[in-house]
Ligand binder design. Sequence first.
Ligand SMILES: CC(=O)N[C@H]1[C@@H](OP(=O)(O)OP(=O)(O)OC[C@H]2O[C@@H](n3ccc(=O)[nH]c3=O)[C@H](O)[C@@H]2O)O[C@H](CO)[C@@H](O)[C@@H]1O
Ligand SMILES: C=C(OP(=O)(O)O)C(=O)O
Length: 430
Amino acid sequence: MDRIRIVGGNRLNGTIPISGAKNAALPLMIASLLTSDTLTLENVPHLADVEQLMRILGNHGVDISVNGRRERQSEVYSRTIHFTCRTIVDTTAPYDLVSKMRASFWVIGPLLAREGKARVSLPGGCAIGTRPVDLFIESLQALGADMEIDGGYINATAPKGGLVGASYTFPKVSVGATHVLMMAATLARGTTVIGNAAREPEVVDLATCLNSMGARITGAGTSTITIEGVSSLSGARHRVLPDRIETGTYAMAVAMTGGDVILEDTDIHLLDNAVEALRRAGATIEPVERGFRVARNGNGIKPVDVVTEPYPGFPTDLQAQFMGLMTRAEGVSHVTETIFENRFMHVQELARLGAKISLSGQTARIEGVEQLRGAPVMATDLRASVSLVIAGLAAEGETMVSRVYHLDRGFERLEEKLTRCGAIVERIRD
Ligand SMILES: CC(=O)N[C@H]1[C@@H](OP(=O)(O)OP(=O)(O)OC[C@H]2O[C@@H](n3ccc(=O)[nH]c3=O)[C@H](O)[C@@H]2O)O[C@H](CO)[C@@H](O)[C@@H]1O
Ligand SMILES: C=C(OP(=O)(O)O)C(=O)O
């Protein structure tokens, strides 16, 4: 198992190219199951989750061809990938494939819409809470599907004649269930109106791509999405939007170490709320062509309280990283997690580096310390792992992060991107 070795203390200066968003690429790839034509996706990040989803889609009959290319001088390994699913050869998504990542469960929507049936193992993903699937079950039932749990699998069956459009309001905002219901409704008979839909940019990206494939979706990005069902979808070419979580993560790393970095190929407006929190923490952030500049020079880190919320609120996927930053703030801050009930696994690992954090229910109280000190730490989930990297970059001495496979799920070439800005970060292959 690989480890990441960090020697802290260097400021970050330079340019960091931002990759395509994992959380947009995954549902977009799954949308290829909805058509027998080719869906071409550009700017697909090279990540473990993308590779795993390719295996899952291959099992359903998707033919996949990858064009690798180096883009401009930034040398980001961005890929264009073609997905063609002439026929669905298997409507079962087995446990050994689906248990590794949450998003793989989302194939249930397209399989059901196109083939009228799906047998999909209950999902895995980051261990950050119980992560039930009741909203998927309820919302697909609203389109007329019969949903039954059997031996760790969901057996979904569409009514004779296929899914039927309906109005359904989610009792709670769910990104994944919004993706799935939207995809399923594109091929349903009649109109579907989704209430209390997730408004995340990745939902908008999926809707934009589906519309290029011939779907009729309006309202994505608001709480009400309307989908007029069509009889079939065609192929399309679509560029995956920039990864706002990767963007925010590097912005927090720069705020942590100090320095001056251009985050390139990204969009500041994808993370307005987090940018505001960073500014209050003392970072200077200003838009530049094709991205934005983040700097902290001279001044210390101010304590800032944040509460995670569905988009456009402060993202739960940046909570751990922001807590990492706050460990060195000049005072006390609070971080409240409202999306997942168990997303504080990084607290005990940050403590190994000398952070002073106490938990009370869903709120962490962070008392900033003047100096963190390097230590061996363990990655526990994707975003928790990168919070340890952020802390390690500012800690005195060596930090060794183990279980790096968590990081590889969501951060493309992390050590390379940081090293080019002056950090001492290396991967140790065991
Ligand atoms: C691959 C991907 O895009 N993952 C993101 C997605 O996960 P994911 O789509 O799994 O997250 P959801 O938005 O569905 O989860 C939000 C909340 O709803 C709950 N819930 C969800 C479904 C359900 O059927 N019942 C239920 O109770 C969850 O347990 C959680 O408490 O959005 C999360 C919230 O922004 C992010 O942290 C994840 O990075
Ligand atoms: C929690 C995440 O991923 P997943 O939903 O796949 O577990 C994440 O991307 O931070």
